[in-house]
Design a protein around this ligand. Structure first.
Ligand SMILES: [Zn+2]
Length: 311
């Protein structure tokens, strides 16, 4: 399974996803976004296979999508009517992000906590609520996964089986050496975004969106990708905010997080598949701010948003 290319998988299963995240420029060590030295760094790409049926509680498709069912899954998903995301109560993992081992510990803790918070929400949405994703913190330039081979220091999500999140530890360690607070903001936001893809996967949004994209072309297909990516960021930010009593987002960390989300998205020369920085910022803050009382997935309806909001 490890050497299957995306093309082969597409032929085999009829639907495969590539959910990339964003591109990012790191601020200077002084942590002032306005004075940042900008070096474009792509942070995520993902290839995704349709989920299996194990652990499915309700709406998981097993026999493929059509235009109507896929639209319903992305636009009218029960996820959008779920209650406020509960706080996981997890504090910020208390490690310096300066070794592979410590990055792995940090991200493992984040996954454990996000699983606890999202589980009841996914249950309410009749999704695969009891499936915890795997985590691979890797140091490879090219990594072979069940979703195909991925090259570059990218974070991504593969939905095969129970789903797996891939995080490149060297990038985080490098960031930490330049600016520890930035690295924490980045590591936190990245894993939250990838977990957002897991939430999409558990509620069938991911494969439905991929089916849709494969039946589109040109900018329509790119726009579908942008809707998926911007939603993952919105969901990730919603979790971060929902848990901010236990894991405070304030001071320098909040400043850095705001920098991360306002400098992520499509970079010049890259495909327009992630969304503009402006819109990435918009949807991240939409998730983070929620309705003013709490954070919920209903803030993340990117699939029915106006074209200007997903450009
Ligand atoms: Zn992504």
């Amino acid at each position: 399974m490890y050497n299957l290319s995306s093309k082969k998988l597409r032929g085999l299963v009829g639907a495969i996803a590539l959910a990339s995240c964003a591109a990012l420029a790191i601020p200077s060590a002084q942590a002032t976004p306005a004075g940042a030295t900008e070096q474009p760094i792509p942070i995520a790409g993902a290839a995704v296979k349709p989920p299996t049926t194990s652990g499915t509680r309700g709406i998981e498709a097993t026999s493929g999508w059509n235009a109507s069912s896929s639209y319903n899954a992305v636009a009218n998903n029960a996820l959008y009517n779920t209650p406020y995301i509960p706080a996981s109560g997890c504090k910020r993992p208390n490690v310096a992000l300066n070794t592979e081992y410590r990055v792995r510990y940090f991200e493992q803790e984040m996954v454990r906590c996000m699983y606890a918070a999202w589980r009841p929400i996914i249950w309410r949405a009749h999704g695969r609520y009891d499936v915890k994703p795997g985590l691979v913190v890797h140091g490879y330039n090219t990594i072979n996964t069940q979703c195909g081979s991925v090259t570059g220091p990218t974070s991504f999500y593969c939905s095969a089986g129970s789903g797996t999140i891939y995080i490149p530890w060297r990038q985080i360690v490098n960031y930490y050496a330049q600016n520890p607070t930035f690295a924490v903001a980045y590591a936190t936001n990245t894993i939250a975004h990838e977990y957002g893809h897991h939430v999409q996967s558990m509620n069938s949004i991911l494969t439905a969106s991929w089916w849709r994209q494969q039946h589109m072309s040109g900018d329509a297909a790119l726009a579908e990708s942008r809707r998926r990516e911007l939603q993952a960021s919105c969901l990730g930010s919603a979790y971060i905010s929902a848990n901010k009593k236990a894991y405070p987002m304030s001071g320098g960390l909040l400043t850095q997080w705001k920098y991360v989300v306002s400098h992520s998205g499509d970079m010049p020369g890259y495909p327009r598949d992630h969304g503009s920085w402006t819109n990435h910022n918009f949807w991240s803050l939409a998730g983070y701010n929620g309705d003013g009382k709490g954070q919920h997935a209903g803030s993340c309806r990117t699939f029915t948003a106006a074209g200007t909001r997903i450009s």
